[in-house]
Ligand binder design. Structure first.
Ligand code: HEC
Ligand code: HEC
Length: 202
């Protein structure tokens, strides 16, 4: 009997020791991730999503193989196609009309040296993606051009085509956030854990 009590006592003590050790070590290893905040992260992504789905961004990130135009995202006139490299098919290249700079005047072609859609083998579609889907896609190197999270932030902050959206030429509206505000929300989204909104969120 005594033996049984002694053994169970030892077991209890061992259990307590393990338990306290575990709380100690979880505390330690969890420290950096204690800044994780799924609610705050998702909230930041909601703002990012609004920009990604705005006309200036979505028109170059269509679900089909034609670019879109205007605030109503209508299909690009003149049967323009993505082509393999995103810069058109052999006879009709984007650069036939889109110059290095915006051409002045209403309904004139906007411009940038890199003007084009993402390539056919990595289409980076925004149009029609839910918040859940787009968050996962942006984080997936197989779908985002091989980018790490840091490179994703850098793309939003410094890429030229992204920047075009804030000087889009005559008669075009701007995205709903300023560029620095967008970058701040992308940083927050990632710093708080890069959570995707639930699949139920549209
Ligand atoms: C003129 C067309 C064009 C416009 C306008 C445009 N993009 Fe893109 N975008 C591209 C191309 C082309 C790529 C692929 C090239 C690359 O990977 O650098 C790309 C890639 C991206 C990527 C990286 C891939 C991914 O899906 O994670 C992000 C993020 C992105 N764009 C965000 C934006 C945002 C935000 C805007 C608007 C503020 C915008 N783009 C406007 C053409 C455009
Ligand atoms: C034959 C000339 C021509 C060619 C070729 C052409 N575009 Fe355009 N594009 C235009 C014109 C003109 C506009 C402006 C239309 C307007 O504002 O009503 C325009 C507008 C756009 C817009 C809309 C910008 C916005 O946010 O409203 C996108 C995106 C675009 N073109 C992408 C492309 C891509 C990508 C290619 C090549 C695959 C291409 N275009 C080839 C003439 C052309």
């Amino acid at each position: 009997m005594k033996k049984v009590i002694a053994i169970s006592l030892i077991a209890v003590i061992a259990g307590l020791v393990t338990l306290s050790f575990r709380t100690e070590s979880t505390k330690k290893t969890n420290y950096p991730s204690s800044v994780k905040d799924s609610v705050g992260s998702v909230k930041a992504f909601m703002s990012v999503y609004k920009v990604l789905m705005s006309a200036r961004c979505m028109n170059c990130h269509p679900s089909g193989d034609a670019p879109l135009q205007g605030d109503d995202n209508h299909i690009h006139a003149m049967n323009i196609k993505r082509g393999t490299d995103g810069k058109g098919i052999y006879s009709v290249r984007c650069s036939n009309c889109h110059q290095a700079e915006n051409t002045a005047g209403l309904h004139m072609p906007p411009g940038n040296l890199k003007w084009g859609l993402p390539p056919a083998n990595m289409r980076m579609v925004f149009q029609g993606r839910t918040r859940h889907q787009l968050a996962l896609q942006l984080l997936d190197p197989k779908q985002n051009g091989g980018r790490t999270k840091a490179q994703l932030i850098d793309h939003m902050a410094n890429d030229d085509l992204v920047g075009w959206a804030w000087h889009p030429g005559d008669g075009r509206t701007l995205p709903p956030l300023t560029r620095p505000a967008l970058v701040a929300q992308v940083r927050l989204w990632i710093a708080k854990g890069a959570y995707a909104p639930s699949a139920k969120a549209k």
